[in-house]
Design a protein around this ligand. Structure first.
Ligand SMILES: *Cc1c(COP(=O)(O)O)cnc(C)c1O
Length: 442
């Protein structure tokens, strides 16, 4: 029953209004019951979930959701999630799930191959890019302090030699959180000025040393812009610093030679954080951390106890903050297996082309595109901040598509992020028409 309800939902997601209507949201009140005194038939539980829950979802798996950077879910990934759900595997240790551990090994290799990163990187599967940024920074902390003769894991950070952190002015809030969690502090960072697209100006880099962590961005969440990795990595390497890449979605542009100019040099970094749940269209939650020096990652993330005896092969829990967790690598494997190199490249190129098309339609209608649409992100202004905000509000309410808002370098804008495998040219045309009609009516 759950499978057929799920299949029906998946089929209809592209047809329905994107944001749920007020009635469906109000219907959620039916969930507000007291904790039941006794059991309910599992069938009825799932039925209620579908009746009350399904209408109040956001149809982000359809083709006309352009908010944040939210991809859909590829059919193979969705189906693998259903099957793997019945497996109920815990992938902390290999002995708990040989299949899940094996698929993680395979997929790590495939990711390094697809993204042209060093083949011997070690990595882990985490919930999201924030957790991946955190894990990579913990590895950086461990490695840089070890070089100074300080053991961060054993002795903590009080009294440790200071590490300086360098970021671009437009770095993502996720990096701020990761820096604070890892003990580097949000206020201790040196912010490098950025240009109009949000790219770090490498000619304005401060002095970099062997105790520096330089955090660069591959894909700005507003503009899609890339920090100039080649120049930054070159300088950082000369100084013996650690370079970390926040490439939550943008890193995947490396699958296509079309974006070589944007992504050049990223392979020279020391660690990378990315999401499979964004551009590669794997379901939530699916972040990936990759680290060139595997010992640094394991040093920061390893855990020991007699009953957690690890074998000679890769043990998943020693590469990530979690121990017990679901086998999310299975879905990533299914997505990559079903797409192959050409399918993945096509997904990335197609969504970029659609972002350009969407922006072009709005520009033709007389509205201002605030960024160079280099990948799958576009920013639109409809005039004043008030008018732009009103357009966004009405677009969300009208339901043909969904776009969010932002403020880019002082200017209020609507964000368009084309990240779903399910988006068609028709979806773009229909959405652009709806947005233009709404904007004209104000
Ligand atoms: C989305 C995003 C993040 C955060 O990703 P989560 O998976 O939500 O933690 C970090 N950095 C960039 C550039 C992003 O686009």
């Amino acid at each position: 029953m759950a499978a057929s309800l799920g299949a029906k939902y998946a089929q209809e997601a592209g047809e329905r209004r994107v944001a749920p209507g007020a009635e469906a949201v109000a219907g959620l009140a039916k969930f507000r019951e007291r904790f039941p005194e006794g059991p309910t038939d599992p069938r009825c539980v799932v039925e209620m979930l579908d009746e009350v829950g399904s209408p109040a979802t956001v149809a982000s798996t359809g083709g006309r959701y352009f908010g944040f950077v939210i991809g859909g879910t590829l059919p193979a990934a969705m189906a693998a999630n259903w099957l793997a759900g019945t497996w109920g595997q815990n992938v902390a240790l290999r002995v708990m799930s040989p299949v899940a551990a094996e698929l993680e090994d395979v997929v790590l290799g495939w990711i390094c191959d697809a993204l042209a990163l060093p083949a011997d990187c070690e990595g882990g599967f985490v919930t999201c890019a924030t957790a991946a940024n955190f894990s990579a920074l913990a590895a950086a902390r461990s490695a840089l302090l070890a070089r100074e003769g300080w053991n961060a894991e054993e002795d903590g950070l009080f009294g440790a030699p200071p590490i300086d952190v360098i970021v671009g002015e437009e770095y993502h809030a996720s990096m701020q959180k990761a820096l604070s969690m890892v003990g580097f502090g949000k206020n201790r960072v040196t912010r490098v000025p950025t240009d109009a697209q949000g790219r770090m100006r490498w000619d304005r880099l401060p002095k970099i040393s062997a105790r520096s962590v330089v955090c660069i961005q591959a894909g700005n969440v507003n503009t899609g812009a890339f920090d100039p990795a080649e120049e930054i990595c070159k300088r950082a390497k000369e100084a013996g610093a650690w370079v970390h890449v926040d490439g939550a979605f943008g890193l995947w542009a490396r699958v296509s030679p079309k974006y070589d100019e944007l992504t050049r040099g990223l392979e020279s970094a020391d660690s990378w954080a990315t999401d499979a749940h964004k551009w590669p269209n794997v379901g939530y939650d699916s972040g990936v951390v990759l680290v060139r020096d595997g010992m640094a990652l394991k040093g920061a993330m390893g855990m020991s106890a007699a009953y957690l005896h690890a074998g000679a092969l890769r043990e998943p829990m020693h590469h990530v903050p979690d121990s017990s967790r679901r086998a999310r690598g299975v879905e990533l494997w299914a997505a990559m297996k079903s797409l192959g190199r050409s399918g993945l490249r096509d997904l990335i190129e197609r969504t970029c082309e659609f972002a350009k098309l969407f922006a072009e339609r709005l520009r033709e209608a007389g509205y201002e595109i605030l960024n160079d649409v280099v990948i799958n992100q576009a920013l639109v202004s409809f005039g004043s901040a008030e008018k732009t905000q009103e357009v966004i509000r009405r677009v969300q309410e009208e339901g043909t598509c969904w776009c969010g808002g932002t403020v880019w370098q002082g200017k209020t804008a609507m964000r368009i992020s084309v990240s779903s495998w399910a988006t068609t040219r028709e979806d773009i045309k229909k959405s652009a028409e709806a947005v233009v009609a709404i904007a004209r009516a104000i």
